[in-house]
Design a protein around this ligand. Sequence first.
Ligand code: BMA
Length: 332
Amino acid sequence: MNKIEIKGAPLPNIPWEERPEGYKRPLWRYSANPVIPRDLLPDSNSIFNSAVVPFKGGFAGVFRCDDMNRRMALHAGFSPDGIHWDIKPETIKFEGADPEVGKWVYGYDPRVCFTEDRYWVTWCNGYHGPTIGVAWTKDFETFHQMENAFLPYNRNGVLFPRKIGGRYAMLSRPSDTGHTAFGDIFYSESPDFEFWGHHRHVMSPAPFEISAWQSMKVGAGPIPIETSEGWLVFHHGVLLSCNGYVYSFGSVLLDLDEPWKMIARSGQYLISPTTQYELVGDVPSVAFPCAALHDPATGRIAIYYGCADTVTSLVFGYIPEIIDFTKRTNIL
Ligand code: BMA
């Protein structure tokens, strides 16, 4: 087998725990999950679906913290090791946007993408319904807000970590005002992070008979990882069960130059809710990834995912094994 090339900055201090003895699946759960409890802040009801990146030798992130009014807000946080987090009790105050767009309504499910010289934050931003908010920061103290990327209704805006074909690129998932009983992933391009177009369809839910866990809707999760086999994307998928929605996640490989073209798509899920913290919480049976750290030299990956809309957890794996899994269980 040819060696798989993985792009990205070295991350020898990636949070890590070895695979449990005899465990066969490509991702294994951290033994001390959840890493972020629901009450890390004095006023937090829940902290989940959050984004983490390497920062100044340690880690920083943007966290979805729902407060005890059950308002959805974003908070910055810092960590020396990616496991123990200091999340700021005050919400992020985005600066500089046109007041029409900058007026805060709600924000949730952030992603953070480092490209060129700054960290870009995308999130589900309230503006006459959910759409994709965009901002940048260099220090996780001051955040500069741009225009919303799209018209409502849209969720799960996920940037690529470099220009593709000379333009910035984003995945997103058009939705509705509520709990969206449908959903396909699209690809869009921008010359400047403000104007987004050249929309292309990437993927639909899978047929129920083929891969039921992703048969109702899908949405991109962490920032895509560039490899010699294509862009590795983790996506959540939803099953409509007789007891409501079940959120699992799997993986897909996208073409490096034309990322709206799929190369392989996992028919099996990587993680589906099975532990107590994934099955029980404010919204039962949700595993929702929004960020991943990886170390190209070792192939190690650490994925952060929200559990039951209540807490945040970690799973670990090796990128080459996940690529093999994606191809082995491919449903295309
Ligand atoms: C989605 C989003 C996520 C949430 C999930 C399960 O529509 O609202 O934030 O984790 O539902 O409730």
